[in-house]
Design a protein around this ligand. Structure first.
Ligand code: A2H
Length: 253
């Protein structure tokens, strides 16, 4: 972990019912996958959520009504930031693996897709954020390549029990224009750099650098309440809205 604290927006992706059988203790609660993002202004373009199949997660009591599915490490940090029913002490109601989460149906703030699914990403770090990532393949090279891998490799889908209907209908949603890269910047940069898969670490780092820099300085919103405004201006406004409506919280580490 870095020396500088990083401030993330945690997006509350609500798990739709019916819950899996072993979640009996969660009946009557609102259960969320909580995804850490640095790009709240991109939430319109979500196509799915990412989990680490071999990762260890838990369902933690945030308050009387809400439960977050995140890593234990994130639950402890959140507990010290005022987000735990028992102050400074996380309470885990159900222990889970990433495998348990694959295929969950979610409703996520601002997303044009009304329902999205939790899918496997093999490069998620468990020592960063919550271990849950939201996927915006229009603007995030990692998300674009991980979705591309699943779409183009039936054997990969089979390995993780991913149904075709959880991915094949989900097209990239253009949400931001970057003069240099167009309306699907991540796809353009991944194709230009000839990135082969989600595991192509070095090239993906370069793709992220390029899209992040240009997206923030030159990007314009194409959709939503702030369509036509610069990404730089829209970002704090969209973030504040998500927090005011209770659809997101601030999380630091
Ligand atoms: B970002 P930083 Cl549109 N493991 O959100 C791997 N990646 C993780 C993670 C984890 N445990 N936790 C969060 N992330 C991702 C949106 C997005 C993001 C866009 C474009 C770029 C981008 C949609 N995915 O990140 O190391 C999350 O993906 C570019 C790096 O703290 C989060 O923001 O700088 C970002 O990485 C945090 O990365």
């Amino acid at each position: 972990e870095g020396v500088q604290p990083q401030e993330y927006t945690l997006i509350k992706m609500e798990v739709l019912k019916p819950f899996p059988p072993k979640w009996g203790v969660l009946e009557g609660r609102r259960v969320f996958l909580a995804a850490a993002t640095l790009r709240p202004e991109t939430m319109y373009g979500q196509t799915n959520s990412w989990v680490l199949p071999d990762g260890t997660y838990g369902a933690f009591e945030i308050n009387e009504t809400d439960v977050f599915i995140i890593t234990e490490r994130a639950a402890l940090n959140l507990a010290y930031q005022g987000y735990s029913r028992v102050p400074e002490k996380p309470t885990c109601l159900v222990e889970l693996t990433g495998f348990d989460l694959i295929g969950l149906k979610l409703k996520s703030p601002l997303a044009f897709n009304e329902i999205i699914y939790a899918l496997p990403m093999l490069t998620i770090l468990t020592n960063k954020g919550t271990g849950i990532v939201t996927s915006v393949p229009s603007d995030a090279p990692d998300d674009y390549m991980a979705l591309h891998d699943l779409k183009s490799k039936p054997a990969l889908r089979a390995k993780y029990g991913v149904k075709d209907e959880w991915i094949l209908p989900f097209e990239i949603v253009p949400i931001i224009n970057i003069p240099e890269f167009g309306d699907k910047a991540a796809e353009k940069v991944c194709v230009d750099l000839k990135i082969k898969s989600q595991n192509d670490k070095e090239k993906l780092a370069e793709a992220k650098r390029l899209t992040y820099l240009r997206g923030f300085t030159d990007g314009t919103m194409l959709v939503g309440e702030f369509a036509g405004r610069k990404v730089q201006e829209a970002k704090p406004l969209i973030r504040s809205k998500l927090i005011e409506t209770g659809e997101a919280i601030i999380y630091s580490e």
